[in-house]
Design a protein around this ligand. Structure first.
Ligand SMILES: Nc1nc2c(ncn2[C@@H]2O[C@H](COP(=O)(O)OP(=O)(O)O)[C@@H](O)[C@H]2O)c(=O)[nH]1
Ligand SMILES: [Mg+2]
Ligand SMILES: [Zn+2]
Length: 371
């Protein structure tokens, strides 16, 4: 690398409505090209899903600003967590830095609250005493968000897999909730893995039918017990070398599972799930944890409920993969598979070609019923 300052093209969420064409001279052209089809698919869905996505990809909002970054002085890092006064950033060698963020990074972000989030890949300048300044945020791929007061708030960036955790008992398994999480993952185009925990509290043979429904649909399903250790080897395999965010109802055992797959993480478990979030900083701050067998996990206490706001029936249908072959049997091309007669989906349910519980979930999501 020469001494000359490099001009680095950087993606900012400048204006949600305006999409500028990317230029070929982008510094990270290769990495970017690889990510491109992903982004285009999402942007093709239009405003509706993008605005309300729970798990989403926001690379499509990149515009074409150029910022000068002194490459000689900067080093790449990963934001592990966000705290009140700044960010913990880890560099390639595992060094940790307590960073603040350069004002310009905030200024050009469309949402200042999420100018920098956990999981972000950044360029930062170390200063003194393991401190530093974040100079640039790299374009994000899979993001996990939640909605607060009608606005999407990004919690974690650069996630490529979501582990949907449910429990066999205490709290009881709710297939409808599982289907909502699955639909959210599909909406965000992040690969889901289903984990049914607390198997020690249930008869495994009773779990087989429900596990079978999802495996037949092509999803990875793992049955685990953080207490007995059942299924943990398989879970480790599924997590290795991936960037996984855990989601699922409070109390299903997410933190316990992480402690079990990697003793030493020492995450707090059994936390009360009260609705009084005031002063509860942990409810919004996601934390990236490095796995000693490769990969990262994110325990996101902030996500307790997924909604599929504003989705229209045609979209919801798309998240139920097993519906696809039967849609053509519907008499009405715009059939919503609810009140219509001569519906291919309802017929397939009656013929046991589609699981009734999945159809129930579909109806409830379309109707906007609570879980
Ligand atoms: N019997 C049983 N209890 C579990 C298991 N996993 C977690 N728990 C308990 O369930 C409660 C909630 O666990 P926690 O990990 O905090 O759930 P989270 O809210 O999803 O992170 C705690 O009291 C755990 O001890 C399991 O596999 N079997
Ligand atoms: Mg927890
Ligand atoms: Zn129909």
């Amino acid at each position: 690398m020469g001494k000359r300052k490099q001009k680095v093209r950087v993606a900012f969420r400048k204006n949600r409505r305006k999409k500028l064409r990317r230029q070929a001279d982008y510094a990270n052209e290769d990495a970017d090209a690889a990510a491109l089809p992903h982004r285009e698919r999402v942007s093709g869905k239009g405003d509706l899903t993008r605005r309300r996505t729970v798990i989403g990809v926001e690379g499509d909002e990149n515009s074409g600003l150029i910022i000068d970054v002194d490459m000689e002085a900067c080093r790449p890092g990963r934001v592990l967590s966000v705290h009140r006064n700044g960010f913990i950033v880890q560099d390639d060698e595992g060094g940790r830095f307590d960073c603040v963020v350069r004002n310009v990074v905030r200024t050009i972000a469309s949402d200042q609250r999420t100018a920098v989030v956990a999981g972000d890949c950044v360029l930062f300048q170390p200063t003194i005493n393991d401190q530093g300044v974040i100079e640039r945020v790299e374009p994000r791929t899979g993001t996990l968000s939640r909605e607060t007061r009608g606005q999407e708030q990004v919690l974690v960036a650069n996630v490529d897999q979501v582990l949907i955790v449910a429990s066999a008992a205490d709290p009881p398994l709710k297939p409808n909730l599982l289907d909502r999480y699955l639909a959210s993952a599909a909406l965000g185009e992040i690969d889901p893995v289903i984990c049914i925990n607390k198997c020690d509290l249930a008869d495994c043979t009773q779990l087989q039918p429900i596990a079978g429904i999802y495996s037949q649909l092509g999803y990875d399903v793992v049955l685990t017990s953080a207490v007995s250790g059942y299924g943990l080897a398989r879970l480790r395999d599924l997590l290795a070398d991936r960037e996984t965010a855990l989601t699922g109802q409070s109390g299903v055992g997410k933190s316990s599972l992480l402690n079990a797959v990697q003793p030493g993480l020492q995450l707090r478990t059994g936390e009360v799930s009260g609705d009084s979030r005031k002063g509860q900083h942990t409810t919004t701050s996601a934390q990236l944890l490095e796995l000693n067998f490769g990969g990262w996990v994110v325990d996101t206490p902030g996500i307790r409920q997924f909604g599929l706001w504003d989705t229209i029936p045609e979209e919801v249908e798309g998240y139920f993969v097993e519906f696809h072959p039967y849609v053509r049997d519907c008499r009405f091309p715009d059939c919503t598979h609810t009140h219509e007669t001569e519906c291919g989906i309802k017929q397939a349910v009656d013929d046991s070609l589609i699981a009734r519980c999945r159809f129930d979930s579909y109806q409830r999501i379309v109707e906007g019923s609570p879980v």
